[in-house]
Design a protein around this ligand. Structure first.
Ligand code: C2O
Ligand code: CU
Length: 489
């Protein structure tokens, strides 16, 4: 009797084991990605509550047709991507990937309304390259995502991007092929779109691109303090760009200041701040302005020795700013009307849950990122139609920060953790979502295409924290995967 019971238990136990193993085997088998596939193949369409049958994923419009304007460009640039050593301001050489031989790549400055043409050439980067114009809401075919909007540009090849500089602001460009490695190793640069008229004379406009290259913190190409001569009374605008994978904290000492723009959009009614600590999302931008005092001003990036020192003789070494409470865009600026707002009727309402669970990613076991419970590539694809008002509720249910970035659109932040934004309109393209946080965002679907939405901690994106917002009727001829040489992340 006892023996048969034990025997029974063993059989049941064994059966459970076999089932568990079979399940594991299946999960592993199912997770493996083929050599090439379309991003449309596995994604789970989510119509955001729109009437059934309104959408279809495989449309008639190819992303290729959604290209930038033809005509004679007003501005032309050439970006040559190469692998090789670059020199930092200190004289130190680092083995890096660069555009035009420098890290960051050249600062591209254009004026609003200009037709811009950029030719990308790949000199010798084996994996291939592309250029994505982070934060610029340009036509889909110019978006620079390997395997979605174009093929990776292989050594010896080139590709031309054309777009009209539509929105004044601070942006940046970076590789979107094998981007986790390529951006970290130096394939990025600033892009500034200035107003059509010349700035007031004597004004200073300085880009501060913050990066960690080969373990070395940088502001622009300086692995130390970048010094500038600035006359007292000058209007100063600093354009801080976080090109790293983690949020940066920075402070400004020696003067009160205003945060005048976030992610390329000017704020309405920004008030004077003192001793605030700015927390800037990976991929995000804050523009800060002040009137230069007679005494030096310092911008310092917390946890590093890098920063900016402004003074009348360019030699000063001002002390680091006093760390203060965090700057909070939720309560900053003056409310003003926007094309969508909390009271809008939304045609599509989505939830985006960022989670984590054990599973397989392309055959690799581990704790995987999930989007609405699915592991890449079985993640949602948010379907929208042109003209839709769209709301997305983003929840971070993990212990890590996720800077959530949407291509091709700016998101209006409606609320954080259920608390409505009470300051000025806060438009973001890269939102720092801390563990446990919830953000409600909205946008107008006015830029047809297949647009990536991903974490801008590019290591997370490469580990599957990536999905798409797709307009119904748009399709892509490009393939992702080994044989196609396209690996957007
Ligand atoms: Cu700045 Cu999809 O990236
Ligand atoms: Cu992330």
């Amino acid at each position: 009797m006892k023996r048969s019971l034990a025997f029974g238990v063993a059989i049941v136990g064994g059966a459970i084991g076999v089932v568990a193993l079979a399940w594991l085997g299946f999960a592993w088998y199912e997770s493996r990605l083929p050599e090439t596939y379309s991003v449309m193949d596995y994604a789970i369409p989510d119509v955001g509550g729109a009437p059934a049958g309104a959408d279809h994923m495989h449309g008639e419009t190819s992303v290729v047709a959604l290209h930038g304007p033809t005509g004679t460009p007003r501005r032309r640039f050439v970006l040559i991507a190469r692998e090789g050593s670059v020199r930092l301001a200190s004289g130190r050489s680092v083995d890096a990937l660069s555009f035009n031989g420098s890290v960051p790549g050249p600062e591209l400055r254009v004026r609003e309304g200009e037709l811009v043409e950029v030719t990308l050439r790949n000199q010798n980067i084996e994996q291939g390259v592309t250029v994505h114009w982070h934060g610029v809401d340009l036509p889909n075919a110019e978006d620079g995502v390997a395997g979605v909007t174009q093929n990776a540009v292989l050594p010896g090849e080139s590709h031309v991007y054309r777009f009209r500089a539509g929105q004044v602001g601070t942006f940046w460009y970076h590789a979107h092929q094998a981007s986790a490695g390529e951006v970290r190793r130096g394939l990025y640069g600033p892009l500034v779109i200035e107003p059509p008229r010349a700035p007031q004379s004597g004004a200073r406009d300085i880009v501060v691109a913050v990066h960690t290259l080969d373990g070395t913190p940088l502001v622009n190409d300086t692995d130390g303090v970048e010094r500038h001569v600035v006359a007292p009374g000058a209007a100063v605008r600093l354009r801080v760009i976080n090109t790293d994978n983690a949020p940066i904290r920075f402070g400004i000492g020696g003067t009160p200041f205003r945060v005048v723009a976030i992610d390329g959009t000017d704020l309405v009614g920004p008030t004077l701040l003192r001793e605030k600590t700015m927390v800037l999302a990976a991929g995000g931008r804050y523009d800060v302005s002040f009137t230069m005092p007679r005494t030096p001003v310092k911008l310092a990036v917390a946890g590093t020795l890098v920063g900016l020192a402004l003074s009348t003789d360019g030699k000063a070494d001002p002390p680091p700013p006093v760390p203060g409470p965090e700057f909070d865009p939720v309560v900053y600026g003056r409310p003003s009307p926007t094309p969508v707002d909390v009271s809008s009727h939304f045609d599509r309402v989505f939830t985006l849950d960022v989670g984590r669970k054990p599973g397989f990613l392309d055959g690799q076991p581990g704790k995987q990122w999930t989007l609405n419970g699915g592991i890449y590539p079985r993640v949602p694809m948010f379907m929208v139609a042109k003209g839709d008002r769209v709301r997305i509720s983003i929840h971070n249910r993990t212990g890590a920060v996720h800077p959530m970035h949407l291509h091709g659109h700016h998101m209006l932040v409606l609320s954080r953790n259920g608390i409505a934004v009470s300051g000025g309109p806060w438009w973001s393209d890269t939102l720092n979502v801390e563990p446990g946080e919830t953000y409600d965002v909205a946008f107008r679907a006015n830029n047809p295409g297949i647009w990536m939405a991903h974490c801008h901690n590019l290591a997370h994106a490469a580990a599957g924290l990536t999905m798409h917002v797709a307009y119904t009727g748009v399709t892509t001829p490009f393939q992702t995967g080994g044989a196609a040489h396209n690996h957007p992340e």
